[in-house]
Design a protein around this ligand. Sequence first.
Ligand SMILES: Cc1cc2nc3c(=O)[nH]c(=O)nc-3n(C[C@H](O)[C@H](O)[C@H](O)COP(=O)(O)OP(=O)(O)OC[C@H]3O[C@@H](n4cnc5c(N)ncnc54)[C@H](O)[C@@H]3O)c2cc1C
Length: 395
Amino acid sequence: MKIVIIGAGIAGLTLGLACRRAGIEVEIYEKAHELRNIGGGILLWPHGQRYLEWLGLSSCLTPFSVPIKGCRIIGHQGQLIFSEDYASFYSLIEGEILPVDRHQLQHTLLNALGQSYVKLGKPCVAIQQDEHQAHAIFADGSQVSADIIVGADGIHSTVRKSLNEEACLAYTEHCWWGGIIAQQEVPHLSPHEVFMAMGVGKMCVVWPTSGQRFMWYMPVKMPLTSFVQKGDGLSQLQALAADWPLAIQAMLTSPYNAKRFHLPIYNLAPQPHWTLNRVVLIGDAAHTLGPILGQGASQAIEDVFALTLFLQHGVNDIPATLRQYEHCRRAKYQRMADLENQTASMMLHDKRETLALFEQHAKDLDLMTIYQDLIPLVDESACRQLKRRAGACVI
Ligand SMILES: Cc1cc2nc3c(=O)[nH]c(=O)nc-3n(C[C@H](O)[C@H](O)[C@H](O)COP(=O)(O)OP(=O)(O)OC[C@H]3O[C@@H](n4cnc5c(N)ncnc54)[C@H](O)[C@@H]3O)c2cc1C
């Protein structure tokens, strides 16, 4: 069986590697001429790490290990509103949250896979299929055929258009800034603690990450018309951060930020199909999640794990197998999307009064209460359940 993957993001590269480990012939086609550093970091939750481990890919995570002991949140007036050690929360989710530099993770996956499996500078423009094969057509006029084509080409997926003409992307009312900075530039922050500052319609979250650096992100609730897309967005960032302590302002706007980025966040409407005959979508091409819970990459890896389980035992009926994969993943993804929306409305308040109420209430919270609905989706029993379901369905 031959699989062609469109897109060399986290989903595409992880699937490429998983296919190789499972002895499946695979090729990846990426539109960019090099794996671009879009900046910032991502969180890998324990279930994402566990699936990588079960796929035999855990060594890809070794470079990112960083000990984080707890978290501290300050309110919009600089007062401490929450502080907790992570130990008991980590025992509930049966693992740790790993903050990773996205670009470094992509390169680690690429090196493990082997560069020759990834063809760069190949934008896919269309997908066709017949009874026997699926075909990807590229901007340079070339084409490639395979038993299965996987669309791992992100939120603006071209492959998705061959399944569902109407993609329906909607602005989430949130824009997003992010960056990575050396710990020595931010000496007042603990390298073993997650730090969060609340603000009116915004928050700033800082995670220690590997290489003695911090990765930070700042979601802001704002109308799309107010967002300044052009340039480096520095003056808008300065204005947005102006009421935070000087040390936070200095970190966000520091020229020593490696590849600071800013962008509006879009949501993809639930898609009627993730599969059609020999074509299947994974990761952001199939479904998106807002960035508040930091679940997008782990969900993409969960897709890869489920799809690989279905494929690795050999497939008699490809369309039926791909439908089984979709069926197996849909309900879980929807629960995660609902939680993401709930958490965004719990954490981001654009009125000072509701923010003050939340901050008052936060003093009585603990991580177990904040994440109580998320825990059963990310702990080991949830992973085992997916493994059993997928294993039991293999046709
Ligand atoms: C601001 C922001 C912050 C986030 N933070 C987190 C976080 O903390 N934790 C987390 O888990 N997730 C986070 N996410 C989500 C996470 O980044 C995505 O869910 C994850 O990267 C999905 O990966 P993907 O491979 O599906 O898509 P992508 O990473 O978008 O990769 C798609 C790839 O396909 C390529 N491509 C696109 N079109 C074509 C084409 N026509 N032909 C060939 N190639 C093509 C692209 O160039 C790209 O390389 C965040 C997302 C955003 C926007």
